[in-house]
Design a protein around this ligand. Structure first.
Ligand SMILES: Cc1cc2nc3c(=O)[nH]c(=O)nc-3n(C[C@H](O)[C@H](O)[C@H](O)COP(=O)(O)OP(=O)(O)OC[C@H]3O[C@@H](n4cnc5c(N)ncnc54)[C@H](O)[C@@H]3O)c2cc1C
Length: 314
């Protein structure tokens, strides 16, 4: 059993905490091992059933499958030996027909599975999903702000001019209630005397200029955030930043509200702003010392992360 902190393959980048399970491992062993990392897997109810054998290849239902789908829905890759004796990597890009067949078609039928890699982002994804779910409430209450999705963290800075404290606390409580296993007993909310005070204290220090940054961005429509929060959260988690590589996914919660009001506003601004709630920015910093090839690689990555956000766009 191996924890892969950042899994990248087959167009998927930055999948956090994927797990590789070798053939022969049983669910009781997997659950115990994952509990040390405060993680769970979508597995069976019986501890003695083998994780990647007949269980997985048959689909695999379990106590958490109504929450995240079947065990096989979490699989990113198999390492197999086919009947001709060839060792093959099987995923949605390589040997796609075998990937489809192994994922539910039954054990002992298509190949000998040596190991399988499964996505295990459940807890973090749930956090991001409940965050996306409160955005409409927050928007209706007149808030704006910025947030960063990096590694396994979510940093949020909200502000509301002349705000309603009761509404603020109710929303924070709702968010806390959706994440009772996280500690939200200390919330940091305060009143500042002026916009300039807030800008100087909170915004300016967090928006440095004068360094190399590659960006790609997408405007995310408010209707999509309201109607498909879990797909939006999935895309955000996929496109999130990685501190080790200097990337970030910045959410600018600066649209909606009066930005959507087009009355008597006839101008050339991108019409996407009028229906958006968020501008999501994939950021990638780079150093002058890296080679041209490395710069080009980072540029490709930042564009790919932007394309991951396209999956939720109409
Ligand atoms: C007590 C009990 C509880 C169960 N609970 C659940 C449950 O909660 N959810 C659920 O979905 N199912 C459950 N099942 C059903 C279980 O998923 C199936 O019986 C499954 O086939 C068991 O797979 P295994 O690899 O452990 O068993 P095995 O009998 O060893 O294998 C079953 C088949 O898969 C093949 N196979 C095994 N390993 C591999 C491999 N590495 N590569 C290719 N083929 C392989 C074997 O050749 C055989 O044909 C349960 C079964 C039992 C007995």
């Amino acid at each position: 059993m191996t924890l892969i902190e950042q899994y990248s393959s087959c167009g998927l980048n930055n999948v956090s905490n994927a797990i590789r399970l070798e053939a022969g491992v049983q669910w009781s062993e997997v659950y115990l091992w994952l509990s040390k990392f405060n993680l769970v897997a979508i597995g069976g109810a019986s501890g003695t059933v083998s994780a990647v054998g007949g269980y997985l290849q048959g689909g695999g239902h379990g106590p958490l499958s109504r929450w995240k789908g079947l065990a096989v829905d979490q699989v990113l890759e198999y390492d197999v030996i086919t009947a001709d004796g060839q060792r093959q990597t099987v995923n949605a890009c390589q040997n796609r027909d075998l990937f489809w067949a192994l994922s539910g078609g039954g054990g002992g039928t298509y190949a000998i599975v040596l190991s399988a890699v499964a996505s295990n982002e459940t807890r973090y994804e749930k956090l991001i999903e409940s965050f996306v779910e409160i955005l409409p409430t927050v928007a209706d209450a007149g808030w704006s702000g910025y947030f960063d999705i990096v590694d396994m963290t979510l940093r949020v800075l909200f502000h509301v001019p002349n705000g309603d404290w009761a509404a603020l606390n109710a929303t924070l409580n709702q968010f806390g209630a959706s994440n009772i296993d996280l500690d939200f007993t200390i919330t940091n909310s305060f009143v500042v005397p002026s916009f300039y005070y807030y800008f100087a204290l909170m915004l300016e220090p967090n928006n440095p200029t004068g360094y190399n940054l590659l960006v790609s961005s997408r405007l995310i429509p408010e209707s999509i955030i309201r109607s498909k929060p879990s797909q939006v959260a999935k895309a955000f988690v996929q496109a999130k930043g990685q501190s080790t590589t200097g990337s970030n996914l910045r959410g600018s919660f600066v649209a909606g509200g009066q930005v959507s009001n087009t009355t008597n506003r006839n101008n050339s601004v991108n019409p996407g702003w009028r229906t958006a709630l968020l501008q999501m920015i994939c950021m990638q910093s780079w150093l002058d010392t890296i080679s041209k090839a490395e710069q080009e690689y980072l540029a490709t990555q930042v564009l790919l992360r932007g394309e991951m956000l396209d999956t939720v766009l109409p």
